[in-house]
Design a protein around this ligand. Structure first.
Ligand code: PHE
Length: 356
C-alpha cells in the first residue's frame, strides 16, 4: 500500500468536498470501516511481527493525520456546513457536584440558631497548651480529672518557645510547657474571656477536639464540639435552661424533650449533663443503637462557670457570673438524622455521605 499516494489523493479530495454530503462521502471512503486504510489496518493482524512493526505505525499515523485534517477543516474555517449544529435534545453530560458534609450542615444549622439569639462566634487553636486546656479551667496538674480526658500529648520543642498569639493575649508559655491536641473546646472560653469584656455570649464555630479513645458506635477519637459561654451580672442556670431549650426547639422541632441531670466538670459549679429524647426509637426500643436503649441521649455537658475559672481571667466572681456548655455535635447529628454509628462520619463511605 502506497501511503504517500493515498495521502495525496485523500487530501486533494478533501479540498474539493464543500458540502455535508460530499464530506460524509469522503469520510466513508477514506476513514470508514470499509476504507482501504481501515481494511489494511485490520489485515495487519495476520501479518508477521516484523511487518506489523514496519507498517503499523505508518498506517496509524496516516489515519491520525486524515482524521485531524477532516475535523480541523470543520473547526478551522472554510467549511461551514448549515447542518453542523448542536443537538439540544441529546441527554447532557451530568457533572457531579460536591456538597457539604453532614457535620458541616449540622454545625451551620446550630450556629445559625445561636447567632439568631445574639451569640458571637469564636474560634481557637487545635494545638493547645495545658494551661488553656486544663489549668485555667480549674484542672490543675494533680487533679484526677486530667486522667479522664485521654489526652494526646504533643512533643513539639518549637512550641516551647514563647509564641506570638495571633492577635490575642501574648501569653508567654513558661519553659518546659506541655502541649496537646485540645481534648475539648472549653479552652476557648478562657481565650475569649481574656480578650473580651463581659457581658457577652459566644459559641465556638469549628469545634474539633481529640481524645485518645478506643472507638465504638458512640465514641470517636476525633469529635466535634459546640462550646458556648454567656457571662453577665444576672445570668443564671434558668437562663441556661431556656437558651438550651430554645436551641433544641430550633434544631429538632417543637416536640423534643430535654433533661438536665447533675454532673461533674471541674470548670462549672453546679454542673449538669443535658440529654434529649431519642428520635431514633422514641424510648421504645431496648436494643436501639443510637441511645443504647435508654430513650435519652446525652448530648452536652454544661453548668455555671466556676469562680476559679473567672479568677483565672481576672473577672470578679462576686460581680460576674454565667454559664458554659459543650455539645457533642456528632451526637446531635446522630440524634437528628437517626444515625446509629458515629464512625460513619469520618469513614469516607460515599453511600453514607450521599444521603445528605
Ligand atoms: N468540656 C466538657 C467536655 O468536653 C463539656 C463542658 C463544656 C461541660 C462546658 C461543661 C461546660 O466534656
Amino acid at each position: 500500500m502506497n501511503f504517500e499516494l493515498l495521502k495525496q489523493t485523500a487530501l486533494a479530495d478533501l479540498e474539493k468536498a464543500s458540502d455535508d454530503v460530499s464530506r460524509e462521502a469522503w469520510r466513508v471512503k477514506y476513514l470508514g470501516r470499509k476504507s482501504d486504510l481501515s481494511l489494511f489496518l485490520r489485515s495487519l493482524a495476520e501479518k508477521t511481527d516484523q511487518e506489523k512493526r514496519a507498517l503499523g505505525p505508518q498506517a496509524n499515523a496516516l489515519r491520525k493525520e486524515l482524521e485531524l485534517r477532516f475535523h480541523g477543516a470543520v473547526v478551522g474555517g472554510r467549511y461551514r456546513p448549515e447542518t453542523f449544529r448542536f443537538d439540544v435534545t441529546q441527554p447532557g453530560v451530568k457533572h457531579e457536584t460536591g456538597h457539604l458534609h453532614p457535620l458541616t450542615l449540622v454545625s451551620r444549622d446550630i450556629l445559625r440558631i445561636f447567632v439568631s439569639m445574639g451569640f458571637d462566634v469564636a474560634t481557637g487553636p487545635e494545638i493547645e497548651s495545658a494551661y488553656y486546656n486544663f489549668d485555667a479551667l480549674n484542672i490543675p496538674a494533680w487533679h484526677p480529672a486530667r486522667e479522664t480526658m485521654d489526652t494526646m500529648w504533643l512533643d513539639l520543642p518549637e512550641l516551647q518557645k514563647p509564641l506570638p498569639e495571633r492577635g490575642q493575649t501574648g501569653y508567654q508559655y513558661p519553659a518546659g510547657y506541655k502541649f496537646l491536641l485540645r481534648t475539648h473546646t472549653s479552652p476557648i472560653q478562657i481565650r475569649y474571656m481574656e480578650t473580651h469584656k463581659p457581658p457577652f455570649r459566644m459559641v465556638v464555630g469549628d469545634g474539633r477536639a481529640f481524645r485518645n479513645e478506643a472507638t465504638d458506635a458512640r465514641h470517636e477519637f476525633q469529635l466535634n464540639q459546640l462550646e458556648g459561654l454567656m457571662i453577665g451580672t444576672d445570668v443564671s442556670i434558668a437562663t441556661l435552661r431556656s437558651v438550651i431549650h430554645d436551641f433544641f426547639r430550633g434544631f429538632f422541632g417543637p416536640d423534643v424533650a430535654m433533661r438536665m441531670v447533675p454532673s461533674y466538670y471541674p470548670f462549672v459549679e453546679p454542673g449538669v449533663d443535658i440529654t434529649v429524647s431519642c428520635v431514633g426509637c422514641k424510648g421504645k426500643n431496648r436494643a436501639c443503637k443510637i441511645c443504647g436503649g435508654l430513650g435519652w441521649l446525652e448530648v452536652a455537658g454544661a453548668g455555671m462557670v466556676h469562680p476559679n475559672v473567672l479568677k483565672a481571667v481576672a473577672l470578679d466572681p462576686k460581680k460576674w457570673q454565667g454559664f458554659a456548655f459543650g455539645f457533642g455535635v456528632d451526637r446531635l447529628a446522630m440524634t437528628k438524622y437517626a444515625i446509629d454509628d458515629i464512625r460513619l462520619f469520618m469513614s469516607g463511605d460515599e453511600r453514607f455521605i450521599r444521603q445528605f
